[in-house]
Design a protein around this ligand. Structure first.
Ligand code: SF4
Length: 494
């Protein structure tokens, strides 16, 4: 095997062992997400600026001398042992005995984000581990410098507990490479991973259980022990039960993967509990965009429907100073419709409003009581034939469209970053459109759920039973024939 164990591989293993395996043994030329490239550029900018402040000469003559040189600063050194290797952005000399002499070094790394995450701390700990071996003294602290130039002192106490166990596993792989790739367990890191397309394609080919959003490795293993390896197999595990006699609308349902799998196999919508939606003549749909790393809310989108007429608002903040202004504008519009429900999807908007309320000292009690998270009508209750309950997937099923084929939360960060750099309106317009289309998708979702509410109330239990049988025996039902067009709703019942 050619590759050494690098910090990239250690962090990859921590995120997903399969990623570490692919980096070590197989794929080298996968496409890195644009967002990761942007972070790398930010990191270089941050590093250059910082080093210029220490000593501009260091930029002209980078000091890559060996550790024994005893220079005050060493920049961009590659630290190596037999099979380990890590680049350290900056090493700073400190006094105290080590194998190098009466001094040793402490590591500093630069990152492209404002806030510091666990994977960045792990990278620093790995560098410290190699440095500890080379100078025979483990540094007790290191520094991570964020994109805003802020210095974060980090205690290097993760080597024993995290770095060494990971290295033991990776060393074992080097001694005897695994005969098979580690299994696919799609996870939150996949969004950022260069192997995303590869793994997704394999998972879809295998009809892998991991495609089901939120299925944990433990739950997946539980099914595998029962001989269930695909979504199709899982769909046959679903057994309808008699509906409860009295159902409180506040009752909590857990998400049933078997029913999700059945919805996917039959391409039908299933109901555990029909939504109970009451529409109003005026309705508001809300979507907020932020840069989470900077805790900055820069776009508040509203879509206000009054019958068939609608108004659309996009409150945009160029910078943090504008955030207060868009918050006030948003409140002014909302106050014009004091009794109107405000629909959104997911809990992000609720959290954003709570934070903005605190930040700008606004009493948001009334506003918070008007917020309705449509996900509350879906989770554990309505099963669409989608792998996840994301607005993108369910919205697309109900006919929502996004102008940009790669529109996503991560892509919105790329657009915003590019707009910050170039102030090119092409990126701002992409964001405004994306946000407006999310508001519209939320409206479509409410319409879809209303449709299901009406059908569920029309369909008597007897018909539900017939429909249930029909849906189980026929892949495609002509819904128009039975007075239902789209989407179909079926109650889980015996
Ligand atoms: S895409 Fe996901 S499952 Fe595949 S290697 Fe990356 S993190 Fe692991």
């Amino acid at each position: 095997m050619k590759r050494k164990i690098t910090s990239e591989i250690v962090v990859a293993y921590w995120n997903c062992p399969r990623k570490a395996y692919l980096l070590l043994f197989e794929q080298e030329d996968s496409k890195i997400h644009e967002y990761i490239n942007l972070l790398a550029q930010e990191k270089v900018k941050n590093q250059t600026q910082f080093i210029r402040e220490i000593d501009p000469l260091l930029l002209v003559q980078p000091c890559k001398a060996s550790l024994k040189s005893a220079n005050d600063f060493l920049i961009g050194n590659t630290l190596k042992t037999d099979i380990l290797e890590a680049n350290c952005d900056l090493l700073t000399k400190i006094h105290g005995q080590s194998a190098l002499g009466d001094f040793s070094y402490e590591p500093t790394i630069f990152v492209g984000t404002h806030s510091i995450g666990k994977s960045q701390k792990l990278r620093l700990n790995f560098i410290a581990y190699i440095l500890g071996q080379l100078q025979n003294l483990l540094p007790t602290k290191g520094i991570i410098i964020g994109a805003n130039g802020k210095s974060h002192k980090i205690r290097l106490n993760k080597c024993e507990r995290i770095v060494i166990p990971i290295l033991e596993d990776l060393r074992q792989w080097k001694v005897s490479p695994p005969t098979e790739e580690p299994p696919i367990i799609l996870n939150q890191h996949c969004l950022y991973c260069q192997f995303q397309n590869l793994c997704k394609a394999v998972a879809q080919r295998e009809d892998n259980l991991s495609l089901l959003d939120r299925i944990t490795p433990k739950e997946k293993r539980k099914y595998e022990r029962r001989g269930i390896f695909t979504i199709k197999q899982l769909s046959y595990l679903f057994r309808p039960r008699k509906p409860r006699k009295r159902i409180s609308h506040n009752s909590q349902y857990s998400h049933k993967f078997e029913l999700q799998a059945l919805a996917l196999r039959t391409q039908k919508v299933y109901l555990q509990e029909p939504p109970d939606i009451k529409r109003s003549p005026v309705e508001i749909f809300l979507d907020i965009e932020s840069i989470p790393d900077q805790n900055f809310y820069y776009l508040i989108g509203l879509l206000i429907y009054k019958g068939n007429e609608f108004k659309q608002y996009s409150f945009w903040a160029d910078d943090l100073l504008d955030e207060a202004k868009i918050w006030i504008k948003f409140l002014e519009i909302i106050d014009d419709y004091p009794e109107t429900s405000i629909y959104h999807y997911g809990n992000f908007e609720q959290k954003a409003i709570t934070k903005l309320g605190k930040r700008y000292d606004t009493n948001i009690d009334k506003l918070a009581s008007r917020l309705t998270n449509l996900n509350g009508y879906i989770y554990g209750k309505v099963y669409f034939p989608t792998y996840s309950n994301s607005l993108k997937e369910i919205g697309a099923f109900l006919g929502a469209k996004w102008t940009s084929p790669n529109a996503s939360g991560l892509q919105s960060l790329v657009w915003r970053h590019k707009w910050d750099l170039k102030k090119d309106n092409i990126y701002k317009n992409s964001l405004l459109k994306y946000n407006a289309e999310d508001c519209l998708a939320t409206k479509l979702l409410l319409d879809g759920l209303t449709d299901i509410t009406i059908r569920a109330s029309l369909v008597s239990r007897a018909i539900v039973r017939i429909l249930y049988k029909l849906y189980l025996t026929s892949r495609v039902i002509n819904l128009a024939e039975i007075g239902l067009d789209t989407p179909c709703a079926i109650k889980e019942t015996a």
